[in-house]
Design a protein around this ligand. Structure first.
Ligand code: PDD
Length: 285
């Protein structure tokens, strides 16, 4: 039985109850994080909590928790749920009011919920052990505050569903200028002539922690140039490689976009080098 954390209590998931008046339920009024953990070792814990604090500040939810408090919750969930390969889902909603009114109430306590769920083993840098993604595309129809990791994910859910219904693993999104933004639950990259290129971290994308770690490691290692700049969809279709990243998946090669092969349709050498560098360095974050 999975043990979850809810407002200071560790309880079986089936016993975890929140009010239907919780603003997370009524408005999607909350912030969340997903932190991967392999054999009890979390990847990117500090930047994940930093991003959550930025998100909470951006939406005016006051939760005065230290990194250590979050670390204790994560460590307890890992211990109670049998370490292994887990993602820690951390969720703070503005809390429950006794009425439905859009303005932020001043006198309610945030709801803090966290649980652990199993994820696949950490990907290995080996072309024969990874399955390349086939992805769909869609005009990005979400809001203009995608840098906030809000629990209001219906826009992302609808975009993911678009690809899912077509049998795709993800959906790449593009803006009104035909520029790549990200994917419905991942950041996106192209590789052209050995250069890794990814859209800049602005309000059109969530600045992924995997993205941050990957770009930092690549720049420090130095053999693969990195650019952050607008990427057109023509560049996507013309790329040598396309990748997506997220915390539970690390760096995933994309071999097909809208049914068209990327490059020669095989998993690329730059992916192999990048995932090798990521695997070697990720636990330093
Ligand atoms: N998704 N972009 C979006 C829209 C995301 O939802 C995510 C993560 C990312 C990658 O961020 P990170 O590298 O920090 O995981 C980019 C999470 C995992 C989710 O919603 O399940």
């Amino acid at each position: 039985m999975s043990i979850v954390y809810l407002n200071n209590n560790y309880i079986p998931m089936a016993e975890a109850k929140i009010s239907p008046m919780d603003r997370g339920f009524l408005f999607g009024d909350g912030i969340y994080e997903v932190v991967p953990s392999y054999d009890g070792q979390m990847v990117g814990f500090t930047p994940h909590i930093d991003r959550m604090n930025n998100g909470l500040a951006a939406v005016g939810i006051e939760l005065d928790w230290s990194h250590q408090q979050w670390k204790d919750v994560c460590d307890n969930l890992i211990e109670k749920n049998g370490s292994g390969n887990l993602a820690l889902y951390l969720h703070v909603s503005r809390g429950a009011d006794n009425k439905r009114f859009h303005a932020y109430p001043e006198d309610i306590e945030p709801t803090v919920f966290a649980f652990a769920f199993e994820i696949p083993p950490a990907p290995v840098a080996d072309k024969s052990k990874v399955v390349g993604y086939k992805v769909a595309t869609h005009r990005d129809l979400r809001w203009e505050r995608c840098q906030i990791k809000s629990t209001a994910l219906l826009g992302n859910v609808m975009h993911f569903q678009h690809g899912y219904q077509k049998g795709a693993n993800e959906t790449l999104l593009y803006n009104e200028h035909n520029e790549l933004t990200e994917a419905s639950a991942c950041n996106a990259y192209i590789v052209k002539n050995g250069v890794v290129i990814t859209p800049s971290a602005d309000n059109q994308i969530l600045a992924g922690i995997t993205r941050y770690i990957l770009l930092d490691l690549l720049r420090k290692e130095g053999s693969i140039p990195v650019e952050e700049r607008p990427v057109t969809m023509d560049e996507v279709f013309d790329a040598d490689e396309v990748w997506v990243t997220s915390s539970s998946k690390e760096v995933v090669p994309v071999i097909e976009v809208d049914g068209k092969p990327i490059g020669n349709g095989e998993i690329g050498d730059v992916w192999l080098a990048a995932q090798t560098i990521y695997s070697a360095g990720k636990l330093n974050y």
